[in-house]
Design a protein around this ligand. Sequence first.
Ligand code: SF4
Length: 466
Amino acid sequence: MKIYTNGKFYTEIADVVRAFGFDATESTFEQANLLVMGKLDGQIYHTRCTVDGIEKEYEINCPIDDEIMSVRLQKRYDKLATYYCLKQLTGRQLPWGSLTGIRPTRLAEEIQRNEGLDYVKTFRDLLDVTDEKLTLVKDILDAQSGLKNKDASLVDLYVGIPFCISKCTYCSFTSGIISKLKHLVEPYVSSLCDEIKLTVNLIEKKGLRLKNLYIGGGTPTSLEVEDLRKILSVLPRCDGEFTVEAGRPDTITVEKLQLFKEFGVNRISINPQTFNQSVLDSVNRCHTTQDIYDKYNLAKSFGFCINMDLIAGLPTESFEMFCNSINQVVALDPENVTVHTLALKKGSLLKEQNFVASDATVAQMVNFARQKLNEAGYLPYYMYRQKYMTENLENVGFCKSGTQCLYNIDNMEETTSILACGANAITKRIFQNGGRIERVANQKDVITYIEKYKSNLEKKKALFDL
Ligand code: SF4
């Protein structure tokens, strides 16, 4: 679909268009088949969308003295005009209605707090969110009740390991294959340890206190025990959560688990993604289903709180096969289960191969997962959405009551500043309870990171007024 807008929100309008399954390209007025024309006159914003003879328009009041709110409302109504035009054109209601943002639960809270509106009514009657997704939002807000950080002096520390054993076909991260990058591991670990020490110093100087530690990736456990030991040795002790994303079951060993225990790690992720061997093979995971059971049982014997990730929509996986994965994970009974919807992002092999998942089947999978996990006593407790997700759906973290991963809530609800170390890591400072967020992004690729990581410190210091 060719889009022309005279306003500032092409990207958001294009997101709505894509959510209906159309291609979206920016176009001139003359060539466009979808036009969004907005005009602010004093405090009245008037917007109109036209496509294929269908027209929707809105006129709303924008506060003159609150620029952020005014822009937010203009954007919302440009998207709404587009959404309702396309809903009429296609005859389809999208599960999330006109919402294309990453964090629906944050939006719900902002609507209540900043606009004084009932989010349930706004989501359902204005934004056209389905009852099913609205219930999901309500359940998540309930599961987060009392767990959101309100103390600005508490921060989380994130450490990124950008190496993996092989490249999953759906992956768009900049993570490299460790066997091909052996020469970079030592300099990377050394630079990372230095950045961690300098960052911990910054935390202390600013009088901040560490809330949670998180080592993510990539696959942190693709490193050898001695490299992991070097990294763990420079991390400060943490009274809160200490999570390591082990990820690939085949990278987990008794020695690594012993090391994690020694350094106070209390949560790990072991991510099957699927329990069907043919699907694991087809997405290049390079491990067996037996590895999943073996390493899960091994990690359990060490007493870790365990999360397991699954993905709905993987190539060659039918609805019945996905149900098998959910049934297997429920039988293993980890504390947390995260159900992702396949997102086909630029940089992934699947995207290059133009793989297309069946929207209806993926929606069915996600619904089955939720129902089955609910029956097994899991609550949804955090959620995020990404661009290019199949059927415009969501990723949902489920947990047994009382086992919510607080780092995930801090991160997704943006209630807590996160200082981040490593290639492609992003430090976020949260101001005014999430009202304003500023970021410092580290170098994306490993070589540039090793060369330039020290410059990140200056930026982090400026971000934290030091
Ligand atoms: S394990 Fe994770 S980070 Fe590594 S290639 Fe697969 S999806 Fe990407």
